[in-house]
Design a protein around this ligand. Sequence first.
Ligand SMILES: O=C(O)CCC(=O)C(=O)O
Length: 263
Amino acid sequence: MRASLLQIAVDSDESVDNRRERVAALVRAERGVADLVVLPELWPMGAFAYEAFAAEAEPLKGPTYEAMAAAARDAGVWLHAGSIVEAVGTLGTPALYNTSLVFSPDGELVASYRKIHRFGFDKGEAVLMAAGEDLVTVDLPRLTVGVATCYDLRFPELFRGLVDAGAQAFVIPAGWPARRRAHWTLLAQARAVENQAYVLACGTAGTHAGVEQAGHSIVVDPWGEVLAEAGPGEEILRVDLDPAKVATTREQFPALKDRVLGR
Ligand SMILES: O=C(O)CCC(=O)C(=O)O
């Protein structure tokens, strides 16, 4: 199974419409190349473009949904389309969620995930958005994938919950800042090792709202080996995954069976 992580440059000087078209073309270009394509968090406007959240918010089935459903279908790929600012409710001020969308190769929405841990402490996403509550897994052919978003990476109990729900891999779109890149790489490897699962973590490049993005999207195998890592700029990371490696790793080093707490 081949996965392509599209580490998109999210710069303030590109319009959302332009980026949406550009990203759809990049997804289409993966036809015959990838089985699974992954996009980053909030790539339409950028994870730190807080002042644009309300203006760019869309219903679940809004312009990004339409563009990505069509792109997945045209490419014939499973598409984790990263996340959008989802507006729920039309009267007064709608609730906003950081919502990930996953499409099948025929362009059907097979899962959506509302980010549970909101970033920003007392500002930004933490005050502008509502928190999701539900763990989400998706059954791909031969691989069950658990989904999480950016700051979620810091909360190991979420990933253990996803393992208990059957996850063999985690797909993590992000808009991680450059100044905490060391945490990103370390945490991606930690989540893979402790859960004996693949980690596919896809970040953004570029600079928006004055925040330089880390890039350095990364794919880690269930043994903790880094299979591929991007540089800081826009880049496509392609990697072959072996779903059997999860079972083999868990059988040969059965640490998950020795859990005492939280079962
Ligand atoms: O945890 C971090 O350092 C970055 C998190 C973040 O940027 C986000 O969740 O949008």
